[in-house]
Design a protein around this ligand. Structure first.
Ligand code: SAH
Ligand code: SF4
Length: 354
């Protein structure tokens, strides 16, 4: 339908214009998502915009999956509360600190602490941990789900720099179905609180969750722009056999890349990770993503013994590699595509043209 609204020549020229204006209408985004005729042009445009605004550096983050305990029941996720097949763990602060030190020793400028949504540590102990990690001179990103504003504030005052909270989908009905007991408006409230508190805010979506439309993916991209996000993580849905979505088809790698590439066109200077889920669907997925708009990679530095239990989805890429192996492998690949690891914290530098 939408492809008819924008003729082929229109769409090609609108894509070329978007490389300069960084705007596309909802219909144009849907039309681009519907056809594969412009994929090559879209990826090349996203790669040029990435090079122009954020350069060739690839910022490496050390990811610490510090607990898989979760009180939520998201239908797609292996950490969901009702999954009894998972053995649950929580790393002690000393263990988290040791992982952070590993990240620091590898030259990673950022440590990302990710967990299920639960009271993993009392707020004062979490703040203490954030302060101790900050003392290593790294940026700290948190990804621990929805919290009251006061908790976000306490973490921020302890030194946390960034927060990742994907909206997952802007289709409220789909969100209600996929995230039982959760409230889409509260998730948006969290994102606004995080912004107000001075965090660099990361959000993103899952691509290919059952029942998702291309129109809602276009809305996701426009939501990212409206929020003025600093980071956007986009990953294909991967069916987990230990969830109610077992047996559903996986999301598409190409469609995920298209959502990511259009996001780069519309938000030219933000940080965009080449996600682990992309690498899981396609062995060279991360490298392809880096050539289609991405400029960040998160590498796991969690102690090996816990990796298998942080099973959001099956077959997670790199789950059996040691942190040193993951790093060496990635550095070699970066060199092969003419990119280099970034230095410093790799924060979002707003360089958007007016
Ligand atoms: N509990 C926190 C952070 C951990 S989950 C939160 O939900 O924000 C991190 C991300 O994993 C989620 O945002 C979701 O997009 C992704 N995820 C979960 N299950 C997945 C699956 N089956 N396939 C792909 N990504 C998944
Ligand atoms: Fe919990 Fe996050 Fe998984 Fe939802 S996506 S079940 S909040 S870990």
């Amino acid at each position: 339908m939408n492809a008819q609204k924008c003729s082929k020549t229109d769409l090609a020229s609108r894509l070329a214009e978007a490389e300069v204006t960084h705007s596309l209408t909802r219909d144009e985004i849907v039309a681009l998502l519907e056809t594969d005729a412009y994929d090559g042009a879209l990826y090349a445009a996203a790669d040029r915009v990435r090079a122009r605004y954020v350069g060739d550096a690839v910022h490496l983050r050390g990811l610490i999956e510090f607990s898989n305990i979760c009180k939520c029941n998201c239908l797609y996720c292996g950490l969901r509360r009702d999954n009894r097949r998972l053995s649950r763990y929580r790393l002690e602060p000393e263990q988290v600190l040791a992982c952070a030190e590993t990240a620091r020793s590898f030259g990673y400028g950022t440590v990302v602490l990710q967990s299920g949504e639960a009271n993993i540590l009392p707020v004062d102990r979490m703040c203490d941990l954030i302060r101790r990690i900050k003392a290593l001179d790294v940026a700290v990103t948190l990804s621990m789900g929805e919290k009251p504003r006061e908790v976000y504030q306490a973490y921020r005052e302890a030194g946390a720099d960034r927060y990742l909270l994907r909206i997952e989908t802007t289709d409220r009905a789909l969100y209600r179905a996929m995230d039982p007991g959760m409230d889409w408006d509260n998730r948006v409230r969290c994102l606004h609180d995080l912004r107000d508190l001075g965090y660099e805010v990361g959000t993103g979506c899952l691509v290919g969750i059952p029942g998702q439309s291309l129109e809602s993916l276009a809305d996701d991209i426009l939501f990212f722009r409206e929020l003025n996000a600093d980071m956007i993580g986009i990953g294909p849905f991967i069916a987990n056999p230990d969830t109610p979505l077992a047996g559903s088809p996986n999301g598409s790698f190409e469609l995920s890349c298209k959502v990511m590439a259009i996001t780069r066109l519309l938000l030219p200077d933000i940080n965009i990770p080449a996600t682990t889920a992309m690498e899981t669907l396609l062995p060279e997925g991360r490298i392809l993503a880096l050539q289609r708009g991405a400029n960040v990679v998160m590498l796991n530095v969690t102690e090996m013994g816990y990796r298998q239990s942080y099973a959001l989805y099956p077959g997670k890429a790199g789950a059996t590699d040691t942190p040193a192996e993951s790093r060496a492998r990635l550095l070699a690949k970066l060199q092969s595509i003419g990119r280099r690891p970034g230095s410093g914290y790799g924060s979002h530098q707003r360089r958007r043209e007016a």
